[in-house]
Design a protein around this ligand. Sequence first.
Ligand code: UDP
Ligand code: MN
Length: 267
Amino acid sequence: MQGRIKPLRLQDIFIAVKTTGRFHGSRLALLLDTWISKTKGHVSILIQSVWFNIIVTACSPEHSHQALSCKMAAEYDHFMDSDKEWLCHVDDDNYLNPKPLLDILSTFTPDTDVYIGKPSLDRPMRAVELLQGNKTREVSFWFATGGAGFCLNRKLAERMAPWASGPRFEQTSAVIRLPDDCAMGFIVEKRLGVSMIHSNLFHSHLENLLLLTPRDIPRQVTLSYGVFENKMNTVEVMGAFSKDKDPSRFRTVHCLLYPLTSWCPSP
Ligand code: UDP
Ligand code: MN
């Protein structure tokens, strides 16, 4: 087996956070105060149409499939232009814990194709692919839900280029008429025949986050929060802040992981 010569570092990962104008004050501020502050500038933030201190793209600020695919295409293209080994996507309602992320990605050698994340369903996605001449075909494939975060390695990303680079990502998304994260799974599994790696360490607010035990929480790659069936869905963690002061629980998790942070209560 061919191992890595150097240990994987955070700066070897292109971490893309997708956000939009109206979430700057609420969601993004929370991330900047917490996990992004620990990544020493190694995070790229795609805000509406602007890469934070990087490059301007021309995606519309809407929540349409097309606008979101445009953002995913921007993430892909900027990763390809970089010299990083991994592309990891997260939403602006994800907490990313760098240590378990590095641990899990370090288990893969660069010569394998890796697409890792958490499916949002317990079965493959089914879609109707539009073929030439108005024909269609049913396809089924696994995809990693964007709201839990997912990662791709460079070897696989390079092979995805015919369906993912430049305008092609949006075209592929249109062929199956599904959002950007589904299009990613479609390209990997159906166009390239590579199986997604299912991980239980990535979490979106589509799953019951109460099921994570306090002992599990520091070992997870991503966490999330949101409203599920009209109730707030968050991890259950006791510590620095009350649920009133810290409804997402991200500040409390952050103080568990980094108790010496200036705004955490002294341990
Ligand atoms: N988002 C976006 N443009 C929009 C709405 C949402 O880029 O018009 C981003 C948002 O910042 C987040 C992701 O899309 O990173 C998912 O949005 P949200 O969590 O609000 O919705 P969900 O799909 O999880 O219900
Ligand atoms: Mn969300």
